[in-house]
Design a protein around this ligand. Structure first.
Ligand code: C5P
Length: 238
């Protein structure tokens, strides 16, 4: 079994496209991430098939009133997925309710809180929450994840310095917005795989740098090499 912090984000339009990517690189990854679209197309049958070969990360970023989110977690907890995301903007009661539902079901599905989307720049944040400090919001959201009993959080590599000490150390840090080709697309706060690992990412999420690469297998090799280099830097600093 491959042991790697890489999570492959599958943001395709069709299931056929998803399967062709998995046919090409599925043997090189352990974790895969799907969102609303592929789940809407494939439903539970798709989860069942994917669960047989990969750890499935369901990136739903749930954000609604607590009772509605609890209902969703109750339903998804039995699907055998590895991890599910919730949006921390939903607040403490929503997150606590989700954890309670997961516990009630006896499931070991990881619950991860999205802090601030990696597609949002500090300017976007200022427009959304005028005068509120970006760093304070990140820290507050991360602290709520910890206090509510979530397993971890999703943040950008740029934010990881905030979580090196204290409660942040206890949380699994999942980092999207990773690039190996210098592209940015709709992301605002990006980093290379090596930077993210050196800064303390436990898992990195990579989508288009792999799926849109000329040679997706080679892209994964490059990412894995950077991960090894990042880990070596960490070992040297201890
Ligand atoms: O293609 P790319 O590598 O930018 O894909 C990043 C993936 O990570 C997308 O599937 C996106 O939904 C997800 N994600 C993100 N920022 C977050 C949380 C999840 O980009 N804060």
């Amino acid at each position: 079994m491959i042991e790697s912090p890489l999570i492959l984000a599958l943001d395709m339009e069709t299931l056929d496209e998803m399967w062709s990517v998995l046919d090409l690189v599925g043997d090189k990854v352990r974790q895969i991430k799907i969102g609303h679209r592929l789940f809407a197309l494939g439903g539970r049958d798709l989860l069942k098939r994917l669960n047989e070969r990969w750890r499935v990360f369901l990136d739903f970023k749930l954000h609604d009133i607590p009772s509605v989110v609890s209902l969703a977690v109750r339903t998804l907890a039995d699907e055998g997925v590895w991890a599910l995301t919730l949006h921390t903007a939903g607040g403490r009661k929503m997150l606590e309710g989700a954890v309670k539902e997961r516990e009630r079901s006896g499931s070991d599905m990881l619950l991860l809180g999205v802090t601030i989307l990696t597609s949002l720049s500090k300017e976007d944040w200022e427009e959304l929450a005028p005068g509120a400090s970006f760093e304070s919001a990140l820290l507050a959201r991360a602290r709520i994840c910890y206090e509510c009993g979530l397993n971890g959080l999703v943040c950008s590599a740029k934010d990881l310095d905030l979580f090196r000490e204290g409660f942040g150390k206890e949380l699994i840090k999942v980092v999207p917005g990773i690039r190996i080709d210098g592209g940015v697309e709709d992301q605002a706060r990006t980093a290379t795989p090596k930077e993210a690992i050196v800064k303390g990412a436990d898992f990195i999420v990579v989508g288009r740098s792999i799926t849109r690469a000329k040679d997706p297998r080679l892209a994964i090799d490059i990412i894995e090499k950077e991960i090894r280099e990042g880990k070596a830097c960490l070992e040297r600093s201890f």
